[in-house]
Every structure is written in structure tokens, then in C-alpha cells.
Ligand binder design. Sequence first.
Ligand SMILES: Cc1cc2nc3c(=O)[nH]c(=O)nc-3n(C[C@H](O)[C@H](O)[C@H](O)COP(=O)(O)OP(=O)(O)OC[C@H]3O[C@@H](n4cnc5c(N)ncnc54)[C@H](O)[C@@H]3O)c2cc1C
Length: 350
Amino acid sequence: MRKDHYGALIVGAGPSGLSCAVNLYNRGYTDIAVVERAVFPRYKCCAGYITGKTKKEYEKLGIDIESCRYSLIADFNIYYKCKKRQNIVNKFLYTNAGIDRVELDFEFYKKAASLGIEIAENVKINEHDPQNKTLTFSDGQTVKYENLVFADGSSGFSSRYTKAKRRNIAMQLIFDSDLPDGIDIHFGITKRGYGWVSTYNGKTNAGLTDVYDPGLNYKDVFASYLDRIGIKADLSDLRAAYEPIGIKKTPDHGNVYFVGDAAGCCDPLTLSGLRYGLSSGEAAAAAIVSNDPSVYKKFLSKLKSKFAVMSVMQRVFYLKSTLFCVFSVGCRVFRPLISRVFNNFFVNKK
Ligand SMILES: Cc1cc2nc3c(=O)[nH]c(=O)nc-3n(C[C@H](O)[C@H](O)[C@H](O)COP(=O)(O)OP(=O)(O)OC[C@H]3O[C@@H](n4cnc5c(N)ncnc54)[C@H](O)[C@@H]3O)c2cc1C
């Protein structure tokens, strides 16, 4: 790293870390360094869907998602137990042509670098000393900070300080295919989650989520899902990651902030995490600039209440009786209502 002391040291150059860095810069705070263990462009296990609200968050940061090959994919089909229940016109969900997030994250990285923000890649943290406010890296360098932002995802260095009580597992496989463009969402294939198959320009992204059950072999669950919908694919590239359910409890280390997945800022019902990663990075930047950690605490406490409601909705939605009402009655009798709720609540507001 170029210096041994920074006003703001950010761990992780994902969306939440770079949002914090760019928001600090835009507020005139430039003594920033971002440390990242990977080298960009880097892969991140994520379907990379962008909702209407997420698109606006990126635009605020000067990122035009259309220039990263994003566009509105064809319509949704929703299924229950592999039987098609309804087609929904897609109004708000944007997808990248590679059906992943590599280009978007790289674009954000280039944007931050073009502002002169220092991003040190391929860096491994050996030790964090909260008393002396230092981080020591694997090359032996020790760097002092005034503010530290952990934006290192759900299983980065900071996960030793935090523990999610419950978590979602999400898996995905990207492969070349000749399926038609479109998004199929399958409910009822996991106990408390959903599956998706999205195809765009000859690339398919198939994935599933569930509230993690340690008694299940999720590779088998995934294989059986693909089998049931008639997709044959090589599973050797199957990727999986955990997403916390709810805002995590974090230690009070003074000016140390946890943002994005490191704090649990991911909607437990839909797994939409980009928007909350970006907004939590912005809120941490506002707290650092005003030298007032309570600004960030207030943001997290509001999000905590929102996610608590989403978590209850998750439990209620996946009850057999609710699924019956939604898919067997709702999709037959209240089609316009289901479309509106799906587009606005499940997609656009996330
Ligand atoms: C399968 C799956 C599908 C998903 N699909 C969507 C979707 O379609 N839309 C959506 O909005 N959300 C989705 N999410 C959620 C979304 O991926 C996350 O909420 C989002 O990536 C959080 O951003 P972040 O910056 O906090 O963390 P990350 O994107 O994980 O970035 C963390 C960064 O920190 C780096 N890092 C980790 N450890 C260290 C360390 N020790 N030192 C330095 N750097 C470190 C990593 O390399 C990485 O670059 C999905 C999640 C999964 C698992």
C-alpha cells in the first residue's frame, strides 16, 4: 500500500465497499484506500439482476448499467412445483448479457480507480488490532486507520466478528444453452426459497435459494431441480454462497463499520443485496464524513426493522396454505393483482 496511515480504510472492493469509497470521494473526503483480496475483473457468485431501485442507486454513483450490457430480459413465467401458473410482463428486472456480475463490478472498479481512489488488490489481511486501529497484511505492512469499513462480504475477514443466526444458501450454474430468452421462477422446489432459470443470448443461469438446512445435500437438491425441469448440464461449475438473514450483531470497535453482506444487508425474501450494499456504503460514508457513527447506526436500525418484516413474510409465504392460495387460487382468479404485486413488490421495490 502507498501509505501507512489512512483516514478511511475499506476492506473489499465489491459494490458496498466501492459505494462507500466513491461516496466519500464525492463528499470531498479523499484520504481513502480500498484493500481487496482478489484481482479485478473477478467472479462473484451472484445472478446479477438489477431492480429498478438498484439501477437508480448505480446511476447516482455515475454507473450506467446499459453500458455494462444490461437490459430488460423477456417476461417472467412463474411456476409452482414445475407447473406453469402465470406469465408476467417484466417491467423492472435488468439482466446482464453474461448473466452474471463480472462486467458491472469491473465497471465500478474502473470508475473508482479513475477518480484516483487507491485500490490495493491481491492483499491478504493477517491481523486486525482494534485498540491500536491497525491492520497488518501478509507482506508484513501495518497500516493505521481512523475509520475502518468492513465490506468483505458474508464470509470475509470480518465474519469472525459477526454471526448470522439464520442464513440462506444460494447456488447457481451458468452454461451455454439454446433455451429461449426469458426468466422462469420456480416455487415449491425448495422448502423456503425458489429456483430460477434465466436465459439471455444463448447463456443460461440456473439457481436456487433456500433457508439453509444442514441436514440437506444441496448439490443433490440442485441436480434434482434441473432434472425435474428437464435441463441437462455439467454440475462441475456449480457455485454456492451463503447470504445472512437479517442484520448481524456487530462489535463496537469505535469507528469500525460493517456494510453490505458483511452486515447482513441483503433482503431475506428476494436475496436482493446490491441495492442495500450500495446504500449501506453510502450511509457509512455519510457517518465518516460527519464523524458521527450514529448516522450509520440509525440507517442499520431502520434496515433491521424492514428485514425483520421480510423475514416474517418469508416464513409466512412458504407455508403450504399460502402457496396454495397464491398459486392455485391467486394465479387463476387474481392474475392482474399477482402481476402487480410481483413486479412492484417482489422486483421494483427491492
Ligand atoms: C447465488 C446468489 C445470487 C444472488 N443474486 C443477486 C441478484 O441477482 N441481485 C442482487 O441484488 N443480489 C443478489 N445476491 C446478493 C448479492 O450478491 C450480495 O448482496 C452483494 O454481492 C453484496 O455486496 P458486498 O459488496 O457487500 O459483498 P461482495 O459482493 O461479496 O464483495 C466483497 C468483496 O470483498 C472481497 N473480500 C472478501 N474477503 C476479503 C478480505 N479478507 N480482504 C480483502 N477483500 C476481501 C471479495 O473478494 C469481494 O470483492 C445474490 C447472492 C447469491 C449468493
